[in-house]
Each structure stands twice: as structure tokens, then as C-alpha cells.
Design a protein around this ligand. Sequence first.
Ligand code: RB5
Length: 316
Amino acid sequence: MKKIVLVCTGNTCRSPLAGVLLQDLLQEEQEYLIETAGISAFPGQKAAEMARRVAREKGLDLSAHQSQQLSDEMVGEADLILTMTVSQARRLRLSYREESGIIYTLGEFAGKSEIVEDPIGQDLEVYRQTRDQLEKLLKAALERVPEFFSQAGDYSDSKNYNRRRHRMKLAIGSDHAGFPLKENLKDWLKETGHEVIDFGASGQDSVDYPDYARKVARAVSSQEAELGILICGTGIGMSMAANKVEGIRAARCQDCYSARMARSHNNANILTLGDRVLGTGLAREIVSAFLEEDFVGKRHQRRVNKIMQLEKELKD
Ligand code: RB5
């Protein structure tokens, strides 16, 4: 039997809801054991009233739930740990380096670039949205579970252990000027365990950057890839072109702070870089900063919504 642990902060809203939803999706499935916990939980708390209500609306019962703190023992016994946000996953990976290969955000495991925000203190409608988002992500995650466990193997087998490392699905592309840095980043990203789809260019013969921006931007907007990286001489043309594609928020970054902010405040989904501007070392650091960060939502969500509203208005 495989143990799946769903983790949020206090284990009173998101993870208990995810737990009953997953149990419901699994129906009579005997192969999996579901447990929920919080990174900073006060043990013995009931599930939040709103969480109980939205669960009830689906015929699910959270009345017996009691919150619990995630323990070393639970992590040790888990076969898969799914968190709600990137920062929770990052925190667990830092505390449990040996287990980092079984720790994912629910969104990334489901193949979507989404986090599940804390609905606490918000109205019933927000809880309903959280419930529906969880259900959608859990359904998608369940499709990956059998493959994940069949590949995961045993911890004692180092090859299999490597396969269990945290991965993202990334789309990468460049023109001729960005080609050397693209190749360098692609190899390095693969070595660090990410899946990379390379949309070209395939050499240093002169090509037009919008053609490659289009391919990567479309892969990201269609969710074929979670995030994208585009490289030209300066990063400017790539960001201009990618930002014309619906749903894309491409950010040209030349420093790590901007890369972090682009993800955490602007929810950028494509990073653009200039091969003729950056050295390889700095470029790698910028990419790491971009991939590590998590969109923080809240007031920033309102602002990003306004950007997307602008896109919609211009289209109508
Ligand atoms: C190509 O010479 C160069 O113009 C292009 O790579 C890029 O810098 C565009 O913004």
C-alpha cells in the first residue's frame, strides 16, 4: 500500500478538504492510504466551518477531522507528499533533503502551474472555488500516480531515487543569438532533474526570434509546459513577441531579484534572457531564482487580473 500525504499550513482547510476529495475520487481503491497534515498545525483542531460546509455540499464529511502537525515519522513513511504551495514544498525539501524526490506541489504533480491559495477568512464562494480547484488538480494528479509509483522503485536504488527528484516541465527556445546559452541551460536543467522541451533554434544560422517566442509561448499558454524560458541577444525581442500571446506574462530579467519578483508578484510564466548581456553563471542563477519562486497572490492577484483584463478588452 502506498501512502499519500497532503500537506497545507494549519491542516484545517485545504489539506483536509483535499483528503476527503481524494478519498472520494479513489472510491473503493485499496492501494492507497491518504493522510493529511500541516506544516505549522495546532494539533486537534476541527476543520474550518466553511471547509466542512463545502465538503458537505459534495456529500463529504469532515466532522471527525482533527488537525495534526506533519512529523518526521509521517514523512519517513510517505510515498508521495503533495503540498498546496511552492513555498511549502520548498520548505519541506529543505528540511527533508533525502525525501525531496517525493515532495511536490499538488499543482506541479498534476502538470499545472497552479498553487492552491489559503481561503481562510474569505467567504463561502472562495471556499467553493478552492474545493473545485482541489478536485480538478487531484483528478489530474491521480492520472500520474500509477506511473510515478511504478518508476519510483526503492530508495536503496540510487537510479530510481534520481527519477523521484522534483521536476518541472519547461519549454525553452532561442534564436541564433541565444542558441549557446539555450544549449547550456537546457543541459543543466535536465541534469537538475527538470523535463525540458526544446523548441529550437537548432544552431547559429540567422533566424527570426518571434518564430521561437511563438512556439514557447503557445506551449506555456496551452499548459503543455508549466513555465518557459526564451533567449535572444538581449531578451528584449523575445519578451515583446511572447507577450503578444494570450495568457502570457513574459519578463525579461537580468538579475535574481527581478526574477524572483517576476514570479512572486507578477506571476510571470516566461523568463526571457539576453545571451549577449549575461554570463552563463548569472543566467543560471536567474533561472534558479525564477523557478524557485511562488506567486504570492492576494493583492498581487488583483493586479495580475487587471493585466489579463486589459488583454481581454483589447481582444474584444
Ligand atoms: C539578433 O541579432 C538580435 O536582434 C536578437 O537576438 C534579439 O536581441 C532581439 O531582441
